[in-house]
Design a protein around this ligand. Structure first.
Ligand code: PGA
Length: 251
């Protein structure tokens, strides 16, 4: 049985005061939740403050990115050791905004995933097609190429620890959610690809999140799909009420 994982990707939003207020509210609303893994992923400058505010709660900390090296002359970058030091359990890797605006490639994301795993951080590896690619009928090809590239060379044990987030680029921040059928189709395709690359055992263990305009009113239907094991939530993770409702998708 895969335990659902719902993570809030705050992107480049909120200040220290707002972020602590948000997680204080989430702690209150979500205190009794044990059947879902919950994570918040604030900007790097807020990791420590948010980490302290959620210490001892059922909410875990994640980062939105990291570099491939432990330390050194890499101005502006943040190492996996720094994320651990701040209390992170998860790190989002290869978000479509990083691919689009910062030219991140599958090979680079793969390098980051290996590094994160070597330090015990759990990568949330993002994949997803653009609208143009979907309309050209190449969604499966695009997403399989991304998955293959991002998980290349991982051991079965490493793969089992990873979370994959399927986020159709055209559904991110647009209010357009993929239909549950469209999402389930790609999730099932990813799982069968993992079976081919690794084994059925690995494929059954990996959690695949859906992301792209997830809201309180569409989360339950998405989560009811066989291969959807969680959500990566952007806009709706910035408010206590909406994120708490999403986490409590099953009532
Ligand atoms: P959204 O973002 O929920 O605002 O569409 C999701 C994401 O980019 O992770």
């Amino acid at each position: 049985m895969r335990k659902p994982i719902i993570a809030g990707n705050w992107k480049m939003n909120l200040n220290a005061q707002e972020s602590v207020a948000l997680v204080t509210g989430l702690k209150r609303e979500l205190a009794g939740v044990t059947d879902v893994e919950i994570a918040v992923c604030p900007p790097a400058t807020l990791l420590t403050a948010v980490g302290s505010a959620i210490a001892g709660s059922n909410i875990a900390l994640g980062a939105q990115n990291m570099y491939t090296q432990d330390s050194g002359a890499f101005t502006g970058e943040i190492s996996p050791l720094m994320l651990l030091d701040a209390g992170c359990t998860y790190v989002i890797l290869g978000h479509s905004e990083r691919r689009q605006y910062f030219n991140e490639t599958d090979a680079f994301i793969n390098e980051k995933a290996k590094k994160a795993l070597s330090h015990g951080l759990i990568p949330i590896i993002c994949v997803g097609e653009t609208l143009e690619q979907r309309e050209a009928g190449i969604t499966a090809d695009v997403v399989s190429t991304q998955v293959k590239g991002c998980v290349a060379g991982l051991s079965a044990d490493e793969m089992k620890k990873c979370v994959i987030a399927y986020e159709p680029v055209w559904a991110i921040g647009t209010g357009k959610t993929a239909t549950t059928k469209q999402a389930q189709e790609v999730h099932a395709m990813i799982r069968s690809l993992l079976k081919k690359i690794f084994s059925d055992n690995v494929a059954q263990a990996v959690r695949i999140q859906y992301g792209g305009s997830v809201k309180p009113d569409n989360v339950s239907e998405l989560m009811a799909q066989e291969d959807i094991d969680g959500a990566l939530v952007g806009g709706a993770s910035l408010k206590v009420d909406s994120f708490a409702k999403i986490v409590k998708f099953n009532g």
